[in-house]
Unconditional design. Sequence first.
Length: 176
Amino acid sequence: MIIACTKCEKRFVVPDNAIPAEGRTVQCSACSNKWKQLPIKEKESPVKAQPVSVKKKGTKKRKMPAPYSKDYMKQKWGIAVQDYAQKEGLTKKSTRKKSPKDVEGSGLGFFYYIIIISIIFLSFIGVLKLAESTIVIQFPFLESYIDYFFEVLNNFADHLFETLDNFKILILDFFR
């Protein structure tokens, strides 16, 4: 037999012989409601449980400031947090518009480094060429290494200039 609480409408399954003909006082385990239950003559077919809508009282949530915000620290701990960025005149977003002069002077990036490395390398080659005789006198075993370095450099320059000449010829032939 299936019995239902008169207050919260929760259903319970009990054996048929648990409730005598004169009835019995039963108590709901969910809400502690007590009532006199009489035996049910008809057998109820299992009914699909309908969702019970629980009405919520108009409870208002306490609005608390976000943890570790200025308001929270002031309210909870009594600590006044100073905004040092505003105090020093610093802001997250700058309202000042960049002029074209500022943008151009921001640096050359990758090409700047390539130019600097090239200048340093050419300076090293020039100093090595000028001081070659002095270095060979001080360190005679370096003569073969220095000669080999300049030979490789000369071959590289020849191939580079030959390649540039070929590109020049291709471009000129393309526009004829």
